[in-house]
Design a protein around this ligand. Structure first.
Ligand code: ADP
Ligand code: MG
Length: 275
């Protein structure tokens, strides 16, 4: 592109204080976001603007790539990755090892302060694997906020790898969208934002929708218009909205998406609203 679109002016952190100061924000970073774009660099602004920031990251494409390296096929059931023992090991290595550390280091390099946590820390995310069609994929049964609150109270951004533990202490895979929704609900977050690789939810004609009620979104799922990885986002949004707050889904790869979502929120993505 040749500069036809106006550049996003980057605000000073003080300009963000009236917008996000004291707010709790849960941000979900999709598997295609965070490496080649500005999202992680802009997080320091939010932190200096006085927000309490929880960042939940996925890692889907990297998990698939590493499974490929060990010659393992992967498949999805209703947007969730079928997980056997080997897959679970790779999921944990990629999420808690590679991605979590990289995200924390990038935030640090851009002037922010972040601490990485895994859902297994102090039993933060408890889950059970109930659905044999999905294997070792957990359904979250309880959220214990002490570790994340401890990190937020100390002034850090909490960067969370979405793995969970059972009561017996074994690991299960949990979709990152689900984890973001659970944390937003448990924290009573002011905003939950999904940064993904599309500019929100499209309708049957492929038109991005600026606003949808959770009921309308569930209808689009029933009609097969919302599919795959968008389904757990809608479910997580419905769960988070039961506690209030604002939920938005947008393309995190566009330059300064994080700044736009705060300063020019009407122009991007889909807002999900309570019925
Ligand atoms: N109705 C829809 N509108 C927009 N995207 C949709 C829709 N239905 C399914 N999707 C898919 O959901 C994907 C985002 O989910 P996913 O691939 O899991 O990304 P992430 O890593 O951000 O979770 C989009 O790339 C798109 O292919
Ligand atoms: Mg996904």
């Amino acid at each position: 592109m040749t500069g036809t679109r106006a550049r996003t002016p980057i605000p000073n952190p003080e300009d963000l204080i009236p917008i996000v100061g004291g707010q709790t924000l849960v941000l979900k970073l999709g598997g295609s976001v965070g490496r080649e774009d500005t999202l992680l660099d802009d997080l320091a602004l939010l932190q200096h603007g006085g927000a309490r920031v929880v960042l939940v990251h996925g890692g889907g494409p990297l998990i698939t790539a590493w499974l490929g390296r060990i010659g393992k096929e992967t498949h999805f059931v209703r947007g969730l990755r079928y997980t056997d023992e080997d897959t679970l090991d790779v999921v944990r290595m990629v999420l808690s090892g590679l991605v979590n550390g990289e995200v924390v280091a990038r935030i640090g390099a851009s002037g922010g302060r972040a601490v990485g946590l895994s859902g297994s820390d102090d039993g933060m995310l408890q889950a059970v694997a109930r659905d044999s069609e999905l294997g070792l994929v957990g359904e979250v049964t309880s959220v214990h906020l002490a570790p994340v609150e401890c990190v937020l109270d100390a002034g850090y951004i909490a960067v969370i790898a979405p793995v969970a533990v059972t009561e017996e202490g074994s690991f299960v895979n949990v979709n990152a969208d689900t984890v973001a929704g659970e944390l937003a609900a448990a924290l009573g977050a002011d905003r939950l934002v999904f940064f993904t690789d599309v500019d929100g939810i499209a309708d049957g004609a492929g038109e991005p929708q600026r606003r949808l009620s959770t009921r309308q979104a569930q209808r689009l799922i029933a009609d097969g218009i919302i599919t795959g990885g968008m389904i757990p986002k809608v479910d997580a949004a419905s769960h988070a909205l039961s506690r209030g707050g604002e939920v938005r889904i947008l393309d995190g790869r566009r330059p300064h998406a994080l700044v736009d979502v705060l300063l020019r929120p009407t122009t991007i993505g889909t807002v999900l609203a309570r019925d």
